[in-house]
Design a protein around this ligand. Structure first.
Ligand SMILES: [Zn+2]
Length: 111
């Protein structure tokens, strides 16, 4: 073991062995820790939940519009089932469940 510094793989600047980021170009020098990965995963899950909420609103609009037709009723029913299934699995989210349910409704009608 010696104390010589390493070179940044990105800009070739000298960086300390324990540096997390290059002081020249700011690139990450070491892999994220387990705690940082968990934090990132939690942040991502939050973003997914926001997207699921948007999908739920869209699914509800589609279902309301589709109720006038037989296909629409089938899609709406499946969307409700999907939403129920989605709320059982929190990570999937109600909106995503509704979207998947609506897709299943379309597929059932088609084939
Ligand atoms: Zn660098």
């Amino acid at each position: 073991m010696n104390e010589t510094n390493l070179l940044c793989a990105h800009c070739r600047a000298e960086v300390g062995r324990t540096d997390k980021y290059c002081h020249e170009c700011g690139i990450r020098l070491i892999a994220p820790t387990a705690a940082e990965k968990r934090k990132e995963a939690a942040r991502h899950a939050g973003a997914v939940a926001v997207e699921a909420g948007k999908a739920a609103a869209q699914g509800a609009r589609l279902a309301a519009r589709g109720l006038k037709t037989e296909t629409g009723r089938s899609v709406a029913a499946c969307a409700v089932l999907g939403a129920a299934a989605g709320s059982v699995v929190p990570l999937v989210g109600t909106g995503l469940g509704a979207t998947l349910g609506a897709a299943v409704g379309f597929a059932r009608k088609k084939f």
